[in-house]
Design a binder for this molecule. Sequence first.
Ligand SMILES: NC(=O)c1ccc[n+]([C@@H]2O[C@H](COP(=O)([O-])OP(=O)(O)OC[C@H]3O[C@@H](n4cnc5c(N)ncnc54)[C@H](OP(=O)(O)O)[C@@H]3O)[C@@H](O)[C@H]2O)c1
Length: 277
Amino acid sequence: MATEKTAPTPPAAMVSGGSSGLGLVIARRLLARGYAVSILGRDADRLEAARIDLAGANIDPSRLIAVVANATSPDDTQRAVEAHLGAFGRLDALVNVVGRSDRGRIEDLDAQTLRELFDANVISALQCSQACLPALRQTRGAIVNIGSLASRVAPRFLGGYVVVKHALAGLTRQMRMECEADGVHVGLVCPGPIAGNHSPNRYGVDADSNVPADAAAPGGGAKLKQLDPVDVADAALRCIEKREIEIIMPAKTRLLMGINAISPKFADWILSRKSSK
Ligand SMILES: NC(=O)c1ccc[n+]([C@@H]2O[C@H](COP(=O)([O-])OP(=O)(O)OC[C@H]3O[C@@H](n4cnc5c(N)ncnc54)[C@H](OP(=O)(O)O)[C@@H]3O)[C@@H](O)[C@H]2O)c1
């Protein structure tokens, strides 16, 4: 007797901060690769605009949901996972994209600003990961955290951003060691400045500011070509599918990380010549 074949369930991914910028590009690449995708963001209008934009890319609408959720809230992230599983029945990957940059001198960094940056860049990844882990264990899935070159080096004038992106690298590493036994992979993508619609004064560096004007530029004035967001999104996909541990972009900056491991003094000297003074 012939048995009726059922279509295999597509893999499914959740993207925190998927309503704009890099997160939106990652969501688009995941959909193109055949994933069902849930995107999370706080602003309902922005999220709906992103959903319509993504759905226009000729995809089956049943493969995409948008969930209004604050990634730093345990209740919201739990509700988001329930909505995701209700729609798709499985979770294979979580991409933690939520994050916020900063500018300023450490001397002027106030504790409240650092707490807010920590919430946006570290607590968001922690809450989403904790909420998703039970479902990811079922599929032996993957978590990808979006760090920055500031997760690995410390150029001047990035305010509290270096502090929190270094913390995110630590969170990623410890979580990977702990989750390995359950078959869940945890990776980190560390991009340099990404091309996009950055407002000229996104970081509030004005004439009265205590930092040089070029620190306001993406990458804090680092002499680097801006990355194509599609390349960064594809790096996140490699973390999921090839189980890459850490991807540093652009590739030429990896040499600096290698030098840093051997001689932090030499690495500081190189960085001080290649970034805002
Ligand atoms: N842009 C760059 O040049 C660059 C370079 C290296 C690394 N990165 C990293 O890449 C990531 C994305 O950067 P981006 O420039 O693309 O950011 P972005 O354009 O500011 O987008 C941030 C996204 O996250 C959402 N979001 C923010 N806080 C949230 C929260 N608490 N809960 C849920 N959603 C939240 C935003 O929507 P709502 O505001 O509506 O919530 C938005 O969709 C960040 O981690 C950043 O540090 C960026």
